[in-house]
Design a protein around this ligand. Structure first.
Ligand code: BDP
Length: 644
């Protein structure tokens, strides 16, 4: 059979159908065809998942899974297909799993199967901000998928031997694992960075062991967030001082207890001395001293400490918040043990719709680093707005080379909602995160196209139209929320609607919108220049430092981030700043109106339930975009009145 006919048949058999449904199957919609014979070469175990997926989903005659020790030592793979006979070759068994999913994706997309691929990052991680009580910090898709109370004190993952509730829970976790493995995600932090000390109690470690057993066949390593004061709160010690020998001993014993039951445990994620969390600073110790103490305990087992740089308001109170991570961590550069990785958010503030990149990625020269991206849309309309985030992450990678990073973490957007993510289109962000964590060179557009086809329909009229909608959605959000470099003018606490006049004397100043936009009768924006402002531009490498410093060369999308600009300042368009601001807000609203109209035309291509659910959310987004425009322009006009 020629390749062409074969692919045609494959497509026919495995066509993505448009039946009524609820979105729970995500992008994993290939049909159970159950024909292929699977053969193993040089593989002992660890490939049950690849085997099962291929024998259910591969439409050809047979598949060979083969280990080849001559290949690069990573999770990569090679795929070859000749007349319906598939061969997947990898150095590690994990590569066979990823190869199997890639082959099935290509088959579903009608693409030639032959290819070789290797991940750009070794660590491709999700961060869950899930609390032990089932709530999720900044989660907008229901409660936590982990039902800790349903995990009994059992060590079996044989679903027939589990109580019904735990068996159902296991099915859901396996779906989660499949989704992750299908896009190459290989690590997960199960709990919130604002961590409960209870997470490390023996009872919870036992539950984590069960989770790790369920996830392991999918090559997903489990990590935990830890509370730095756990030795006091759980262990009853009088201190958590990292230089106190008893504290070190407590952590070593705890780590040994974890590895006894989870031999491939990944390590700890730590938020220390940030937003009220305990840390080494409580004892006058540095971040390096704190991280190294944990790293020493984990080192004999190959575990890692992922230490967050999201720290402000502690040692550098009063300094421009966006400068504080560099001020705090630069003196520690070169002082961390080799199994510590510093994890920083993509921007220097906090997951805004648009931020310049965080200069800490340039400044830490001798410390392994990871980027933290936020998949959950804390500041981009929660799970109510359609905002495709791949273009934002690509923007980040255009400033920070993937070569500087050991890995990427994504703060996940999933919960126990039937469709996982609240908004059907928010699934695209989970998918895109994984795809970019594997290969940051993929374009946002390619990823959108493949996701749309796998999730909804391959009809070109649908895919072309909705790819365009997705590609424009992030810029639309920036426009109706915070164009031209405005930032953090959200309502307190929920970070959803606008509150440009937000100020509360009892809150830290860095939480108040007025601190960030600094509007007055002359102009608007935060002067971060070296010449007259906070000097944050100095933290950037050239050519950016000079470019951002000068109002004439500063890119307009960052203008009000770096400069306090007069209302009547001439923009590149010839309009004044005030007029340009109005134009952006209006454009954002117009874009959402267009999205609504476009989606109405997509009805023939989408099943009723998903179509309706997306339509409802789009209507809400259009309303919210107007609220942003009217509240922000109404407020700023009060200042601009005389000088616009
Ligand atoms: C902010 C969130 C807060 C998180 C914090 C963090 O508002 O809920 O705990 O970041 O990343 O974006 O630690």
């Amino acid at each position: 059979m020629t390749n062409k006919i074969f692919i045609f048949m494959a497509l026919f058999l495995c066509a993505v159908t448009s039946r009524a449904e609820d979105g729970s199957s995500l992008w994993l919609r290939w049909q159970n065809v159950g024909k292929a014979k699977i053969e193993l070469k040089g593989v002992q175990d660890g490939v049950a998942v690849a085997r099962k997926e291929l024998s259910a989903g591969y439409c050809g005659k047979s598949a060979v899974l083969r280990i080849d020790k001559a290949m690069a030592d990573d999770d990569g793979f090679a795929i070859e297909e000749r007349d319906g006979r598939l061969t997947i070759t990898a150095r590690r068994t994990s590569g066979l799993i990823y190869g199997a999913y890639e082959a099935l994706r290509r088959q579903a997309l009608g693409m030639p199967l032959d290819m070789e691929s290797h991940p750009r990052f070794a660590i491709r991680m999700l961060n869950h901000w899930d609390n032990l009580d089932g709530s999720i910090e900044r989660g907008y898709a229901g409660n936590s998928v982990w039902k800790w109370e349903q995990m009994t004190n059992t060590s079996t993952t044989d679903r027939r031997r589990l109580p019904a509730a735990q068996a159902a829970l296991m099915d859901r976790i396996i779906q989660y694992a499949r989704a992750n493995a299908s896009v190459g995600i290989n690590a997960t932090v199960l709990n919130n960075v604002n961590a409960s000390p209870q997470m490390l109690s023996s009872a919870y470690i036992n539950k984590v062991r069960w989770m790790a057993d369920v996830l392991r066949p999918y090559n997903i390593r489990v990590y935990l967030s830890v509370n730095f004061a756990t030795p006091m709160k759980l262990g009853g010690l009088a201190t958590a001082d990292p230089l106190d020998p008893q504290v070190g001993e407590w952590w070593r014993t705890k780590v040994a207890e974890i590895y006894r039951v989870i031999p491939d445990f990944g390590g700890f994620l730590v938020k220390a001395n940030s937003e009220g969390q305990p840390g080494p600073g409580d004892y006058g110790r540095s971040h390096a001293e704190g991280a190294n103490m944990l790293a020493e305990a984990l080192d004999p087992f190959g575990g890692k400490v992922v230490w967050r740089s999201f720290v402000y308001g502690a040692n550098h109170k009063g300094e421009d918040r966006v400068k504080q991570a560099v001020s705090e961590f630069e003196p520690c550069d070169g002082k961390f043990r080799s199994n510590v990785i510093l994890q920083s958010k993509n921007g220097p503030l906090d997951f805004q719709p648009r931020e310049p990149y965080a200069p800490i990625f340039d400044r830490m020269k001798r410390t392994p680093q990871m980027a933290e991206l936020q998949i959950t849309q804390e500041y981009l309309g929660h799970s109510r707005h359609l905002v495709y985030l791949a273009p934002m992450w690509k923007e980040f990678f255009s400033f920070v080379s993937p070569d500087r990073l050991q890995g990427v973490a994504g703060v996940t957007n999933i919960g126990d909602d039937t469709n996982w993510c609240g908004h059907h289109f928010a699934q695209a962000n989970w998918y895109a995160f994984g795809r970019l964590a594997w290969n940051p060179e993929l374009t946002s557009e390619e990823i959108a196209r493949e996701w749309l086809r796998l999730t909804f329909s391959s009809d070109a009229a649908f895919v072309d139209t909705m790819t365009d909608v997705m590609m424009r959605s992030r810029e639309a959000c920036v426009d109706y929320m915070m164009p031209l470099g405005l930032h953090h003018i959200f309502k307190f606490d929920h970070h959803y609607g606008p509150e440009p006049d937000g100020f509360k004397a009892e809150y830290p100043l860095e939480w108040c919108p007025v601190y960030y936009h600094r509007a007055d009768s002359v102009g608007v924006g935060f002067d971060r220049t070296v010449a007259t402002g906070s000097g944050a531009t100095r933290q950037y490498r050239e050519p950016y430092a000079s470019q951002y410093e000068n109002i004439k060369t500063c890119p307009e999308e960052y203008l009000l981030w770096f400069h306090h600009v007069a209302w009547n300042h001439r923009m590149k368009s010839g309009l004044t700043l005030w007029q340009e601001l109005c134009r952006h807000y209006q454009h954002g609203v117009d874009e959402v109106d267009r999205m609504v109209m476009t989606w109405r035309r997509m009805r023939p291509y989408v099943d009723d339930r998903r179509w309706q659910e997306v339509d409802d959310r789009l209507a809400h987004q259009a309303e919210n975009a107007r609220e942003w425009r009217d509240v922000c322009l109404g407020y700023f006009e009060g200042f601009a009145r005389k000088n616009k």
